[in-house]
Ligand binder design. Structure first.
Ligand code: ACO
Length: 384
C-alpha cells in the first residue's frame, strides 16, 4: 500500500527541514558566515591547521599540546595503505574517474576490516580516525596512478596537508602551496547537512559501519550539483578564455537557462565566505604561475553573474575558485573533487559520530501523488 499523509508537509529535497541536532557547526546563509564549534572559518583558516581543525570537529574543542601531539601521532601511524590497496588503485588506473576509484577503494578497505561487521561506538570512532588518516594517502596514490606516475613512498615527518601534497605530486610543496592546500582543506572540512554529509549520516543511522557511511558520502559528493562542480567551473573559465568574452558567453548561457557551475548555493544567498578566501589565494598563485589571465577571466565571470543574478542570491560558491587553485599547483582536473573529500572527511566522520551516539534511523516520507484507485492486475499477454 502507498504511504499516506494525513497532514502533508512537503518540502522537495528536504529544503529547510530540520532533521538533526548538532553542536559541530553552522552556516548562516544570509550573513555569509561559516562557524566550526564556535570558531569563525576565517579565524581558523588564518591561524590553525588541518590536524587541529579535524580534532576540533571530532572532539568538540581545540586540542591542548598533548592532545595535539597524540592526535597527530595517531593520524601519522594510520596513514599507511596495504600493498593490495595500491594494487587495486593501479588495476583501476585510468579506466575510471578518480571519484569512482576513491569510492571503490574506501569500500574495499572497509571490506577487509573485520571491525566493520558490527561496530560499537568506540570502533566507529576508530574507523573514522583511520579514514581521516588514510584519505590523503588514497587520493595521493589515485592522482599519481591517474597521471601515469609512480606511487610515492610515504614521508611520515610531513604534516597532514604537506603529506597529501607530497603523495599526490611527488615533491614537497613550497610555503605558499603548503599554506594554500592546508587552508583549502580547512575550508572544506565541514558544511552543515549538505548532501554528502547527509548521505553519510543516513547510512550510519542504520548502524552500518563508518566505511560504508563514507562510501555513501563519496558517492553523493561526486555529483555536479555538489562536489563535482569544481571541475566544471574550471572548464567553463577556460572555455570563456578571456575577460572580454565573459559577458557574451555567460549572457548566452543565462539566456538558455543553463546553470553556471561554481555559482549559487542552497544555503548561502550572499557571497560564500570560503570562496572569498580561496579567491585571494587563486589570485596569488595564478600571478606566481603566470596564469593571471585565468584569474581575471574568472573575476569577470563573477562580475557578470553578480550583475545578472545577484538579485536572486546567486554568488560564487566554494567550487568556483578551488579548481583554479588546485590546477595552478599541478593537480589534474579529475582529482579536484577527491581533494574536496580529503578536506570533508573530518566533517563526515564528526557528524556521523555525533548522530549515531543519539541515533534515530532516518526515514522521511514521500507525498504520494499516484492513483488512489486500486488497479486490477492484468497478465502480460492481455495488456495493450
Ligand atoms: N547558474 C544560473 N542560475 C542559477 C544557478 C547557477 N549556478 N544557481 C541557481 N540558479 C537560478 C535557478 O535557475 C533558479 O532560477 P529560476 O528561479 O528562474 O528558476 C534560481 O536560481 C534558484 O535555483 P535553484 O536551483 O532552485 O536553487 P537551489 O538553492 O536549489 O540550488 C544549487 C543550489 C544546486 C547549488 C544551484 O545553485 C546550482 O545548481 N549551482 C551550480 C552547481 C554548483 O556550483 N554546485 C556546488 C554547490 S557548493 C557545494 O556543493 C560544495
Amino acid at each position: 500500500m502507498p504511504e499516506t499523509n494525513d497532514k502533508p508537509e512537503f518540502s522537495r529535497g528536504l529544503e529547510g527541514v530540520i532533521a538533526a541536532e548538532t553542536k559541530i557547526g553552522y552556516v548562516d546563509g544570509q550573513a555569509g558566515r561559516l562557524v566550526y564549534r564556535g570558531y569563525e572559518i576565517s579565524e581558523l583558516a588564518g591561524k590553525s591547521n588541518y590536524e587541529e581543525v579535524s580534532y576540533l570537529l571530532v572532539n568538540g574543542h581545540l586540542p591542548n599540546e598533548k592532545e595535539y601531539r597524540d592526535y597527530d601521532r595517531k593520524l601519522k601511524e594510520l596513514r599507511t595503505l596495504k600493498p593490495d590497496t595500491y594494487s587495486l588503485i593501479k588495476e583501476i588506473g585510468k579506466s575510471a574517474h578518480p571519484m569512482s576509484t576513491l569510492r571503490t577503494v574506501v569500500s574495499y578497505i572497509g571490506a577487509k576490516d573485520s571491525r566493520t561487521v558490527e561496530p560499537n561506538l568506540d570502533e566507529q570512532h576508530d574507523l573514522g580516525i583511520e579514514l581521516i588518516a588514510k584519505m590523503p594517502t588514497i587520493v595521493g596514490a589515485i592522482n599519481r596512478v591517474y597521471r601515469g606516475e609512480e606511487i610515492v613512498k610515504p614521508d611520515h615527518d610531513l604534516t597532514y596537508s604537506d603529506f597529501f601534497f607530497h603523495q599526490a605530486m611527488g615533491r614537497k610543496p613550497s610555503d605558499v602551496e603548503s599554506k594554500m592546500l592546508d587552508t583549502a582543506l580547512i575550508l572544506h572540512a565541514d558544511h552543515g547537512m549538505n548532501a554528502s554529509t547527509f548521505a553519510c549520516m543516513l547510512t550510519i543511522s542504520t548502524l552500518s559501519d563508518m566505511y560504508s557511511a563514507v562510501t555513501s558520502a563519496i558517492s553523493a559528493l561526486k555529483g555536479p550539483l555538489h562536489g563535482g562542480a569544481n571541475e566544471r567551473a574550471l572548464a567553463l573559465i577556460e572555455k570563456v578564455g578571456s575577460p572580454e568574452n565573459a559577458d557574451k558567453v555567460i549572457g548566452k548561457m543565462i539566456e538558455n537557462k543553463e546553470k553556471i557551475m561554481g555559482f549559487g548555493h542552497r544555503v548561502y544567498k550572499v557571497y560564500d565566505p570560503r570562496a572569498k578566501i580561496l579567491k585571494e589565494y587563486a589570485h596569488e598563485v595564478t600571478s606566481m604561475n603566470g596564469k593571471e589571465e585565468l584569474f581575471h577571466t574568472a573575476n569577470k565571470i563573477e562580475e557578470v553573474m553578480i550583475s545578472k543574478l545577484g538579485n536572486k542570491g546567486i554568488f560564487p560558491n566554494v567550487d568556483f575558485y578551488s579548481g583554479m587553485l588546485y590546477s595552478s599547483i599541478g593537480f589534474s582536473r579529475e582529482v579536484f573533487t577527491p581533494i574536496f573529500a580529503v578536506g570533508r572527511i573530518s566533517g563526515w566522520v564528526a557528524r556521523s559520530l555525533e548522530y549515531v551516539r543519539e541515533n534515530r534511523l532516518f526515514r522521511p516520507k514521500a507525498l504520494y501523488s499516484g492513483t488512489k484507485e486500486l488497479l486490477k492486475y492484468v497478465p502480460i499477454n492481455e495488456r495493450d
